[in-house]
Design a protein around this ligand. Structure first.
Ligand code: SF4
Length: 77
């Protein structure tokens, strides 16, 4: 199960769709660029997202127009 997430911020166009779909997982910085904020992850992709939020995570993943949300079953680092 893919419960780790990180945004490839170089490809983020600051549309906000991920934050709308999963506000507990994604937030936008002062430039509008998204990152994973879940449990202080700081977009490192090392914090397992709780099962109750995985549906939202999937919604955010499919809503991203540039496919810059990366998901994995294991931590990114
Ligand atoms: S949906 Fe994708 S492009 Fe839009 S803000 Fe989120 S990560 Fe960036």
């Amino acid at each position: 199960m893919n419960s780790f997430a990180s945004v490839n911020q170089e490809s983020c166009i600051a549309c906000g769709a991920c934050n709308s779909a999963a506000p507990d997982i994604f937030d936008l910085d002062y430039n509008g660029i998204a990152g994973v904020i879940y449990e202080g992850d700081k977009n490192r992709g090392i914090t397992a997202i709780e099962p109750e939020l995985l549906e939202e995570l999937q919604e955010a993943f499919v809503s991203c127009p540039t496919h810059c949300i990366q998901l994995a079953a294991v931590p990114f680092a």
